[in-house]
Design a protein around this ligand. Structure first.
Ligand code: ADP
Length: 484
């Protein structure tokens, strides 16, 4: 089976969050299911710089959304790629979606319509050597692929859209529609129209043969107005085609026994070696050395992640004796609040603003627990890294966090099954109660290390989830287009 994956990020080439991790890891995981995945991604500078000289140009466009473009076929690391080389759209400084100051590019509608358009072209067989059996588009940036396919010649090719985060939808004014190259009929409630404008994710969810999202709990949550972000009605309508499949992690990259990024590697049998990593964390974050627990946060600093709730509790947590190392960037007000907290509690609270992949590994390998207070969390990856590294997750009961962490209630502790601490989302008191429970268990080092080991034994690999994706792909292939 051949699958074309279409996405705006792919690890290790370009990443702003969990989407990239998934898009990078899933192709390798599916290989063992006999499925060949090629990923279509934009030719950002970071991608073009890594593209080997021996690449092949497999198609050219005299003009694609306002400039010349080509599809480049290549392999980087283990990834088989089609790169959309369109300098007028993607060759610019900054991140994948915005300029260096973080402001979204005004022509994002054009950039990701182009990506989707090319995804649809490939599904129509424009590349001789690769005609996909299935097209799998990720998030709003690629979701229009399914719409282009539906209104184009690829109506017989099954399409799948994965929602990694419903909070980002790609909504644009109706004025962009005439430039998208879709038939007039597409500007309808059944097509791309969304509250009078054009909704990219909405169009994808309406057009795709099936929809997946990244955890069973999030799949259920988004049926409700509270989590559905305006799309819950459509998702309820498509309920039978909506599947929740948990993300896995790349357990080769994230392996505490071999991780080259951490000073001291370790296993369940040598947890003491984690102290070697902790040393580096204490130095980097300028924290005191003592016997109390060391918590960390590795996150985008946003409302979704519940960072405002957490920052409001820092004084209480410090009173409990906890030290906290925070690595993150995002909302300027939140960055300021964490900076102020570190100034107020020298030696107890440390804050590093920014994105640092290397440091995030050392933190998982050296801290005692990772706090994830999200208001909603489609899957979440940092709790999975935490489980794998013996950095016990303290998480809000939502989305994938609820699906992957076993709360340390009495029954779970007695059975030796507990892997973390779970609390009600958006509830500071319950978060504080979870922190207190964690401190109590930490005081009993055998109980604590038992939980660490239990977490480290949890299967967080892609194996089970890849098999589930393969099952969805196969069920789509056995479906006739008229059923779609
Ligand atoms: P989201 O995609 O919503 O940001 P996830 O938990 O799914 O959240 O994925 C976040 C990914 O980004 C994880 O791989 C996490 O380790 C990484 N990450 C987040 N913030 C930082 C940071 N400041 N530095 C390094 N890695 C980070």
């Amino acid at each position: 089976m051949k699958v074309l994956s279409v996405a705006s990020e792919i690890y290790p080439l370009i990443k702003t969050g969990g989407l990239a991790d998934v898009v990078g890891a899933l192709p390798l995981a599916l290989r063992s299911q006999g499925i060949q995945v090629r990923s279509l991604i934009p030719g950002y500078p970071a991608v073009m710089q890594r593209t080997p000289r021996c690449h092949k140009v497999v198609r050219t466009y005299a003009t694609l959304m306002g400039g010349p473009a080509s599809i480049v076929a290549t392999q980087i690391d283990d990834l088989e790629l089609f790169i959309l080389h369109a300098p007028h759209l993607f060759d610019r400084p900054g991140g994948p979606y915005g300029d260096p100051s973080g402001t979204d590019w005004e022509d994002n509608w054009k950039r990701f319509a182009a990506l989707s358009r090319v995804g649809s072209d490939i599904s129509e067989g424009v590349l001789k050597g690769f005609v996909p059996d299935i097209v799998h588009a990720h998030d709003w940036q690629a979701a229009m692929t399914a719409a282009y396919m539906r209104y184009g010649k690829a109506v017989r090719t099954p399409s799948l859209v994965t929602i990694h985060n419903l909070a980002f939808q790609g909504q644009y004014p109706a004025a962009v529609f005439p430039q998208l190259g879709l038939p007039d009929a597409a500007m309808s409630l059944q097509g791309v129209e969304y509250y009078g404008g054009v909704g990219y994710l909405k169009a994808g969810l309406q057009s795709a043969w099936a929809i997946t999202t990244v955890s069973p709990t999030y799949a259920r949550e988004i049926h409700s107005p509270q989590f559905g972000m305006g799309l819950d009605g459509l998702l309820r309508m498509r309920s039978t085609d909506l599947h929740g499949i948990l993300n896995g992690i790349d357990i080769a990259t994230w392996d505490p026994q071999t991780d080259p990024r951490i000073p001291a590697t370790y296993s369940t049998r040598s947890l003491n070696r984690r102290f070697g990593n902790r040393k580096q964390i204490l130095q980097r974050f300028q924290l005191d050395e003592d016997v109390n627990p060391l918590f960390c946060v590795i996150s985008r600093l946003t409302w979704q992640k519940g960072m405002d709730v957490l920052v409001g509790l820092i004084d209480d947590m410090v009173t409990l004796g906890v030290r906290i190392a925070v690595l993150g960037s995002g909302d300027h007000a939140l960055e300021g609040a964490f900076l102020a907290a570190s100034g107020k509690h020298p030696g107890r609270v440390g804050f590093i603003a920014g994105y640092d992949e290397e440091l995030s590994h050392v933190m998982q390998a050296g801290c005692d627990a990772i706090v994830i207070p999200s208001r909603f969390e489609p899957c979440g990856l940092t709790q999975l890294y935490g489980l794998r590294y013996g950095c016990i997750p303290i998480v809000a009961r939502t989305g994938g966090l609820a699906d992957t962490v076993i709360n340390a209630n009495e029954a779970a502790l007695n059975a030796g099954a507990a892997t973390g601490f779970v609390f009600e989302p958006d509830n500071g008191q319950d978060l504080l109660y979870a922190v207190r429970r964690a401190c109590n268990v930490y005081a009993d080092s055998r109980l604590w290390s038992g939980m660490q080991r239990q977490g480290m034994k949890t299967d967080v690999s892609w194996t089970g989830s890849a098999a589930r994706y393969a099952r969805v792909y196969r069920s789509l292939m056995s479906r006739k287009p008229s059923d779609a």
